[in-house]
Write a protein that binds this ligand. Structure first.
Ligand SMILES: C[S@@+](CC[C@H](N)C(=O)[O-])C[C@H]1O[C@@H](n2cnc3c(N)ncnc32)[C@H](O)[C@@H]1O
Length: 232
């Protein structure tokens, strides 16, 4: 009951859906601003696998790491004091309401930069060791440009990691149609094309096909994947 009343704002925003009338950045801000404070508690029960993704990336001390679509910067919580061993960690997002929370989180980490920018075009000055994304590619309309950009900013041998929802090839068409519609209402566009392109773009290190519980939808499991690859 306590959880339900705490989730009410987030659920209300999700039920209303993401607006489509403005620019992509404006739509994100309208959608997330009312739920930014409650974002983490609700999404932690929906967005699984980031901890495992970060472990799989095997980030080395002294490396430069980028997260595209960092939201509230909750990766900092997951990485904890290991962040201090990185040379630099750049957290990039287009939504100021979520970045305000990320900035609070980052303030005790001098090697973390919080950057308001579009993942299709933002690039660091020098090539980086690792790029990762958690449930953000499905929210990026120009996802192809984002994958191209992520690859371009990596050093040869650099690692790319992603965890996100998708439409699995082997699944009931009815199930896929349900999840596609259910997520699209909130601006999350599940695709069967993301993973094949990632596999073409990077040499696969690990790939896991998974299913996630969804708050308030008992018995249903949303399909997601976790992929890590290397730029050749
Ligand atoms: C579902 S949230 C995931 C946030 C966070 N990575 C997490 O796992 O909790 C998707 C994020 O992608 C961001 N986003 C969407 N389009 C973007 C773009 N073109 N450039 C940068 N960030 C974008 C949104 O603002 C949002 O923070």
């Amino acid at each position: 009951m306590i959880e339900l009343s705490a989730d009410a704002r987030t659920l209300w925003r999700l039920l209303r859906g993401q607006p489509t009338s403005g620019s992509h950045a404006a739509n994100l801000q309208t959608f997330y601003a009312p739920q930014a404070e409650r974002y983490d508690a609700f999404r932690a029960r929906l967005l699984h696998g980031r901890q495992e993704l970060i472990s799989q990336l095997d980030l080395q001390a002294g490396s430069h790491v980028v997260e595209l679509g960092c939201g509230t910067g909750s990766s900092l919580q997951i990485m904890g004091d290991n962040v201090r061993q990185l040379r630099q960690f750049d957290m990039v997002d287009l939504c100021p309401a979520l970045l305000a929370v990320a900035e609070q989180r980052a303030k005790n980490f001098p090697n973390v930069r919080v950057i308001e920018a579009d993942a299709t075009s933002w690039r660091p000055k020098f090539a980086v060791d690792a790029v990762f994304m958690s449930y953000s590619l499905t929210m990026m309309p120009h996802w192809l440009a984002v994958i191209t950009n992520a690859k371009a900013m990596l050093k040869p041998g650099g690692r790319f990691g992603i965890v996100d929802f998708y439409l699995p090839e082997i699944a009931s068409p009815l199930g896929n149609a349900f999840w596609q519609r259910w997520f699209a209402h909130d601006g999350v566009h599940l695709s069967s094309q993301h993973l094949p392109l990632l596999r073409q773009s990077f040499k696969k290190l690990e790939l896991h096909h998974c299913r996630a519980r969804v708050p308030y939808l008992p018995g249903l499991r949303a399909p997601y994947y976790r992929f890590t690859g290397r730029k050749e």
